[in-house]
Design a protein around this ligand. Structure first.
Ligand code: BGC
Length: 388
């Protein structure tokens, strides 16, 4: 009985403490495991137009660390254990805000309003034509010249079920980058107790508008800047894909992967068939149709690095996933620790609706209506292949 009273009393202290510190900028929460789960923030420089940027650090009870900044709601670092228990940063990026401001191929970014390509940078909606930036000439890519990845979001630190989190908010005004409707966006990153970086998306609009958000980290499970990812083994829970034309816009067909170099239904080294997939530059850059499409959080991909034993599992509620092998990386980006990122030095697994859906009536719609909620969840979980 006395024990119970003591437990209740300590719970109360914790609740009061959390309520007290909840509004602070930097705070620690209950010790729950080897490490104290926490969220801290620090200044991370200024944009060219003088907006202050903050960097949030999440550390979970196992000591795994994620850093996300308010510029682009963008993941800058993700430190995960290898099979020997050594932490390493597994996402490409820069040491300072400057690198991101100079321009980069969407490292770690929240991309949208519509991720991937919109053919010929235009679409029709309810009888009206909308023209967008042709920033991937002649197409529109990842939200345009100044998409969500180049906006400064508002951030709020949180604890969710004992796990550190940060909630980002941004209101994209009507007409921004050519898209109709005021779009209210919330993107919440949580570093779960299961070592998953969970990303929850929520959007609402006041006019019909296309929405297709994704996360654009370039992963290298051997560590950012450690070389190419061609030896990583990938399995995709997708037996079909959307073939694309030479400009990477889907033709509208849905085809089986069986018998093609795109087949990752069984684990296979990424480099095994890479030279025969074609493309200019050569490499994987295509959308897969996920086997599970009922909106539940389902496993979409597993990647294992045989060298370090790190394993990445991707779970999503979305229906497609873009697999991209960093084909366009060409050494022009010098990243963290002065490491130069060359072709195939990272891979992206971007859960999303199919590219160019807004112009492809056969594909599931990406139009969000007023009164509806766009909701989606993706989890990037990092474990190892070590036998326990
Ligand atoms: C696209 C690539 C593009 C890259 C960086 C990926 O999502 O599929 O074609 O080069 O983003 O912009």
């Amino acid at each position: 009985m006395q024990n119970l009273t003591q437990q209740l009393a300590s719970c109360l202290v914790v609740v009061v403490l959390l309520a007290f510190v909840g509004g602070c900028e930097s705070w620690d929460a209950v010790r729950d495991g080897e490490f104290k789960p926490m969220v801290t923030s620090e200044p991370f420089g200024q944009t060219e137009d003088g907006q202050a940027v903050e960097l949030y650090t999440l550390r979970n009870k196992h000591g795994m660390v994620a850093k996300i900044m308010t510029y682009g709601a963008l993941l800058t670092e993700l430190h995960a254990y290898d099979r020997d228990g050594k932490l390493g940063d597994v996402v490409l990026g820069f040491d300072s805000l400057d690198g991101y401001l100079k321009g980069h191929p969407y490292f770690g970014a929240t991309t949208g309003r519509v991720a991937n390509r919109i053919a010929n940078a235009k679409f029709m909606l309810n009888g009206q034509e909308f023209k967008l930036a042709a920033n991937n000439d002649p197409h529109h890519l990842h939200g345009g010249d100044k998409g969500l990845d180049k906006r400064v979001w508002k951030a709020e630190p949180l604890m969710r079920d004992g796990a550190p989190a940060v909630r980002f908010k941004y209101t994209s005004p009507d007409g921004e980058e050519g898209y109709p409707g005021t779009l209210d966006l919330t993107v919440t990153y949580t570093l779960t107790n299961e070592n998953g970086l969970q990303i929850d998306y929520l959007a609402t609009t006041d006019k019909p508008t296309p929405v297709n958000l994704t996360h654009h980290s370039y992963f290298n499970l051997a560590g950012a800047g450690s070389g190419d990812i061609l030896g990583h083994e990938l399995q995709l829970m997708a037996s079909r894909y959307t073939p694309g034309d030479e400009t990477l816009v889907p033709t509208g067909q849905i085809a089986p992967v069986a018998g093609t170099p795109f087949d990752f239904t069984e684990p296979k080294p990424i480099g095994k068939d890479l030279k025969i997939v074609g493309g200019d530059p050569i490499g994987y850059d295509l959308n897969y149709v996920l086997n599970s499409s009922n909106g539940s959080l389902s496993k979409a991909a597993v990647v294992r690095d045989p060298k370090t034993g790190r394993v990445l599992e991707v779970f999503t509620t979305d229906i497609g996933i873009q697999f991209y092998t960093g084909n366009f990386l060409d050494g022009t980006n010098t990243g963290k620790g002065g490491k130069v990122y060359e072709q195939y030095h990272g891979f992206c697994l971007e859960p999303q609706h199919f590219p160019n859906s807004i112009n492809t009536p056969k594909f599931p719609s990406v139009v969000l209506e007023p009164g509806e909620q766009y909701r989606k969840t993706t989890v990037y979980r990092l474990t190892t292949d070590a036998v326990k």
